[in-house]
Design a protein around this ligand. Sequence first.
Ligand SMILES: Nc1ncnc2c1ncn2[C@@H]1O[C@H](COP(=O)(O)OP(=O)(O)O)[C@@H](O)[C@H]1O
Ligand SMILES: [Mg+2]
Length: 420
Amino acid sequence: MSARTIRVLIVDDVPESRDNVEKLLRFEGDIEVVAKAARGQEGIDLAMRLQPDVILMDINMPDMDGITATTEITSRLPTAGVIMMSVQDEPDLLRRAMLAGAREFLSKPFSLEELITAVRHVSRLAQQVQRPVVTASPNGTAPRPSDVGLAKIISVIGNKGGVGRSVIATNVAMAIRQLTNKQVALIDASLNFGDVGVMMNVAKSKTFSDITVQPHQLDRELLDDVLVTHSSGIRLLLAPATPQESETVSVELLRAAVSVLSKTVDYIVVDTRPGFDDMMLALMDQSDKLLLVLTMEMSAIKDTRQFLEIAELLGYPEEKITLVLNRFNNYSGIPVGDIAENLKREIEFRVPNDPAVVLRSVNEGSPLTSSQPESRFSAEINRLTSTLVQEHLDESEIVSKNGHRSNNLVLRLRTVLGHG
Ligand SMILES: Nc1ncnc2c1ncn2[C@@H]1O[C@H](COP(=O)(O)OP(=O)(O)O)[C@@H](O)[C@H]1O
Ligand SMILES: [Mg+2]
């Protein structure tokens, strides 16, 4: 691979801090410090002139603080990857830094490894954002990458751990299967800590790491060998059993698996892990729909807002993302209206908080949409699922007008849903 050099600007008022960071980065062949600034304004000027990939910004500086400088830089240079550096690790500072457009936060003192990981991560993100912006096609649907088939691909994402991605992914997959009786696949792309197997009560079985061929060699039969069929009929592609094994799963392999499956099933639901690495970005590109899960916690709301900003830079049409507020309750202290206003988006789906029932279903490995279809939890998941299925139906109709997709599917789904 011909890796491009990552060009870094350091902005810090303390000379020793600037020099230290520069020294730390000196031995990394792919990273070059192109300039150093001692003041916020100088940092802005240098950023505009040199257009670095990554800006390491101190938060506390005289004259102009790092947050003000970051706001200015990211509004004029939206692709700049700012990493905020601070001695304090206060949640409020973190929140303000992120809202100003910073993509990472480093607490001083940080290790060489933390620094380098952050620089590489942010530069990758910046490169993705610099891609040409995709525009929606005239009929309002997003263009699809050429390697995906006709399945509707739904990825359940969230920028923060524990918000309920896995619970929602397993329940939505189950609801789609029950509602449509079509072919449904559920992929566990939360590779390090995959929970789908446990939540669907499948004992030891084949996983991603049993795929031994190169991604480009993966075909329907080879994939079939590692899929596990759940008692509901859902086809599961499970995460490897250990984090070591999951290291062997590449971006290309996940991409190939989604691509092959999209030509054989009707719906693909993907459970994911937090963060925006290359794998997540590739998956999000392949997806038709992103279910963005958040809870009523300040931190989850902040992460969601950050994600929506990134999605906009990536050129995703607004309708590609559906917000799903999980663990909805009336005691969080933050009214839903305020959350929606903060995110400048409607929050159409609110999955109720029901700790006892959900916990039990997770422990029994039996999704609620199947074991307790009458629960309030299941009712909301079913409402969400009906919308997803209906959208697929409408899209199928557009495709079928162009002669690519059979009208039978449309008619059948209409019947199942009672719209025809
Ligand atoms: N709607 C809900 N009501 C109550 N508890 C929930 C709900 N959704 C998720 N949980 C709890 O939160 C835990 C974490 O959910 P999980 O789906 O594993 O999160 P993630 O995949 O985003 O890390 C679950 O084990 C479950 O006990
Ligand atoms: Mg999970």
